[in-house]
Design a protein around this ligand. Structure first.
Ligand SMILES: Cc1ncc(COP(=O)(O)O)c(C=O)c1O
Length: 332
């Protein structure tokens, strides 16, 4: 694994584990400016190496022995072993997204729909409940109101303009998440993220924010109390309408070590008893999403699409500045 570049600064985030580099979990706070992160975060070529993260169009990776690949499969060693779980081109995009949002780790998915689905599936099981605002993308509404319901997971939709006392009435003992969009599609309503963070805290559940429309250029939801950010990267992050994609970014700021979320703090038999909180600390949520959901459900982005996403994100600040100016002109 390559070490984070020196320019990322030296302040170590408290991830008390040996395997932090396994899935490129951010161990250092980024000191580059946002615009510079858009260009350079996630990939730091050494002398003579390609300027741009190449497209690693490979399903598999070679190893000298069955023993070494066995250790990779059991998450005992760091390295790429199968592109469904991790790929260098996609990892570069993930590290960049984690840096831009100020999270500890990210997971890219084949579409925004897959990102939202995984973000919740990583928390809920049949019999659970979550809360969502009504002002959400239609595809997300269908996923919540119909597909999750078929799987035995119930959603309560709330009016995002209600006050906190009213919103709290939606909380149940089995509420596992609260969901909203920073700027809603298609109604363009701006969410009071802090109010919803307070609702999530009252429910003792993480706040998931779909930050697709704002992008981290205009809003970084972790600053306002969100715990997980999702994106349809198909929109402004890609910026050229060429690659469908999604992403989940883990804020590393929720306490998973509690009975309500025991799937993070109790042994996972499918990884020989691995305990996510113990092994991956603050990035337990992101790593579990990758190694369970990507392994079992497989909505992996193509390396080619990750390359296009990386390229698109390079110009994010320039494009968002122009969108802002256009919107201002129309409003005036
Ligand atoms: C806010 C928002 N979230 C999620 C999605 C779903 O993303 P995708 O189309 O990449 O699956 C969309 C798509 O329009 C969206 O606008």
């Amino acid at each position: 694994m390559t070490a984070p570049p020196a320019s990322w600064g030296s302040e170590i985030l408290p991830i008390p584990i040996a395997l932090t580099d396994l899935f490129h979990i951010q161990q250092r706070k980024i000191t580059m400016k946002f615009e510079t992160q858009c260009l350079h975060a996630g990939y730091s070529p050494k002398n003579g190496e390609p300027r741009v993260q190449p497209i690693v169009q490979s399903t598999t990776y070679t190893y000298d022995s069955a023993e070494s690949i066995g250790k990779l499969f059991d998450l005992q060693e760091a390295g790429f072993f199968y592109t469904r779980l991790a790929n260098p081109t996609t990892n570069a995009a993930e590290e960049k997204l984690a840096a831009l949002e100020g999270g500890v780790a990210a997971l890219c998915t084949a579409s925004g729909q897959a990102a939202t689905f995984y973000a919740l599936m990583n928390l809920v099981e049949s019999g659970d409940h979550f809360i969502s605002t009504t002002n959400i993308y239609g595809g997300t509404y269908n996923l919540f109101a119909h597909t999750f319901r078929k799987m035995g997971v119930e959603v309560t939709f709330v009016n995002q303009d209600d006050n906190l006392d009213e919103l709290r009435k939606a909380i149940r003992p089995n509420t596992k998440a609260v969901f909203g969009e920073t700027i809603s599609n298609p109604t363009l309503r701006v969410l009071d993220i802090e109010k919803f963070a307070a609702l999530a805290q009252a429910a003792n559940a993480p706040l998931i924010i779909d930050n697709t429309f704002a992008t981290p250029y205009f809003c970084r939801p972790f600053k306002y109390g969100a715990n997980i950010v999702v994106h349809s990267t198909s929109k402004y992050l890609d910026g050229h309408a060429v690659a469908l994609g999604g992403a989940i970014i883990d804020g590393g700021n929720f306490n998973w070590e509690q009975e309500k979320f025991r799937q993070f703090s109790q042994p996972d038999i499918t990884y020989h008893g691995l305990v996510y909180t113990r092994t991956f600390g603050k990035a337990a949520y992101a790593v579990k999403a990758r190694v369970q959901l990507m392994r079992d459900l497989g909505a992996t982005p193509a390396p080619q699409n990750s390359f296009l996403l990386n390229l698109g994100m390079e110009t994010l600040p320039l494009r968002m500045k122009q969108h802002y100016a256009n919107a201002q002109a129309v409003a005036e």
